[in-house]
Design a protein around this ligand. Structure first.
Ligand SMILES: Nc1nc2c(ncn2[C@@H]2O[C@H](COP(=O)(O)OP(=O)(O)OP(=O)(O)O)[C@@H](O)[C@H]2O)c(=O)[nH]1
Ligand SMILES: [Mg+2]
Length: 421
């Protein structure tokens, strides 16, 4: 009986255990099925997502291509983008000049080649009247006192000024007294002398090249008599500045000439830069600068370019106006880096030099910008500015386009000036 009971009990237990096992297995199966289902759903979702992403990518790719096509069209007409010139004589020359400065091929940008070609073309007039004749006279023969006399005349004709010419001639005569100087060597020596004149004030300023200090307010006052190219230069500088990622702002402090603000607005628009102005007639220029400084400080501007009048009722007014502007700047933002840059029109030759002397007395100048080097035969005036007014040349302009201005480089300049040799 006891045994039977035991057997019955054990079969019950076995039955129960079996039933439980079955139930558990069923549960596991269901859970597995559920998991499988979830997994499948997830995979499906993943696939859908991938498909969507792929479609999105394709769409973006297509849009990019369309934009690029449109951009290519725009660039073709847009003068602000460099275009690859022909592999002509100019191109080779530009590459040579850059290589002579130690730049490797992969460091030379299209922009640089493009500029050097244009600079060379710009200086063509000066070169024709000066170098070509000089080279005709020199030939490959050694220098003689007579060829030096010719050189003297040519330097004066290119508006290098009496003092620079004399300095160069003295060095050449000294060299000639010491040794026989061949034609080619003479040109090399001449180039070195010319470069050293241009480099002297640059060296004295302790700044090889003028660049705004990042993360700080730099204010560049652009001054000069009327028509020399101040406003155009501001337009070109603004372009250079934004392209170099400086936060830039323009102050229209020429309130004397009616159309000045409008002209500046157009330049501002070209580079997407705001122009602070006061449209009312004969507004106070110093007040415009005051407002512009406020905006500059609020916006974290890094370069504020100030356009000034080239002509007022009389010359004293002009100088007074400039010193008033300067005082406001010094008082309001004493820690800003301030540059007072005199714009000189190369085609005015020695006349421009007189202006430089006049301004340097009262406008606290720190540098010069030579414009209109294209189409003048008086590019030599740059030498006179460096030697006689002791102003470092900071930029040169050779054309009316937005890209026709570059930081001054004496080596490039002299190579472009004496480009035939
Ligand atoms: N060829 C050439 N023309 C230039 C250059 N820079 C300026 N100009 C032209 O010179 C003329 C006068 O230029 P502006 O920039 O208005 O001169 P500005 O000094 O601001 O003149 P004011 O405001 O009247 O004092 C314009 O026709 C410019 O296009 C240059 O580098 N080359
Ligand atoms: Mg102007």
């Amino acid at each position: 009986m006891t045994n039977n009971n035991n057997i019955e009990n054990s079969t019950d237990w076995a039955k129960q255990a079996y039933a439980q096992l079955k139930q558990k297995q069923e549960q596991q199966k269901q859970e597995q099925q559920k998991l499988e289902q979830q997994k499948q759903e997830q995979q499906k979702l993943e696939q859908q997502k991938q498909e969507q992403q792929k479609q999105e990518q394709q769409k973006q790719e297509q849009q990019k291509q369309e934009q690029q096509l449109k951009k290519n069209d725009r660039d073709f007409f847009d003068d602000s983008k460099p275009k690859l010139g022909k592999f002509d004589e100019e191109f080779t020359w530009s590459a040579m000049v850059l290589a002579a400065q130690g730049k490797k091929v992969d460091q030379i940008s299209l922009d640089e080649i493009d500029w050097l070609s244009r600079l060379r073309r710009g200086l063509e007039e000066t070169r024709k009247g000066f170098v070509s004749e000089l080279l005709d006279n020199l030939g490959d023969d050694p220098l003689t006192p007579e060829t030096l006399d010719d050189l003297e005349t040519l330097l004066l004709r290119a508006d290098a000024g009496i003092n620079s010419t004399e300095k160069i001639m003295n060095s050449l005569r000294k060299k000639l007294n010491e040794e026989v100087v061949g034609g080619e060597e003479g040109i090399k020596f001449l180039k070195q002398e010319l470069i050293s004149i241009l480099e002297e004030p640059i060296k004295n300023s302790n700044k090889t090249i003028l660049v705004p200090e990042k993360g700080k307010l730099n204010i560049w006052l652009i001054v000069g008599v009327n028509g020399v190219g101040k406003t155009t230069t501001i337009g070109k500088l603004a372009h250079l500045s934004t392209r170099s990622s400086y936060k830039t702002l323009i102050a229209a402090a020429d309130t004397f000439r009616a159309a000045a603000v409008e002209q500046l607005m157009i330049w501002g628009e070209r580079s997407n830069i705001d122009v602070i102005s006061n449209q009312s007639r004969n507004a106070d220029p110093a007040a415009v600068v005051f407002d512009a400084i406020n905006s500059a400080v609020n916006r974290g501007t890094e370069l504020l370019l100030v356009d000034t009048a080239g002509r007022l009722q009389n010359k004293n007014n002009l100088m007074d106006e400039l010193s008033k502007i300067r005082k406001i700047i010094d008082k309001k933002v004493p820690n800003a880096n301030v540059e007072s840059l005199l714009v000189l029109d190369a085609s005015q030759g020695q006349n421009g030099l007189k202006q430089a002397k006049g301004f340097s007395k009262s406008a606290n100048l720190s540098g010069a910008i030579i414009t209109k080097l294209d189409g003048t035969s008086r590019g030599g005036v740059s030498l006179a500015v460096s030697l006689e007014v002791n102003l470092p040349i900071r930029f040169i302009g050779a054309g009316e386009g937005i890209r026709d201005l570059r930081p001054f480089n004496s080596f490039e300049f002299i190579e472009a000036l004496l480009a035939d040799k």
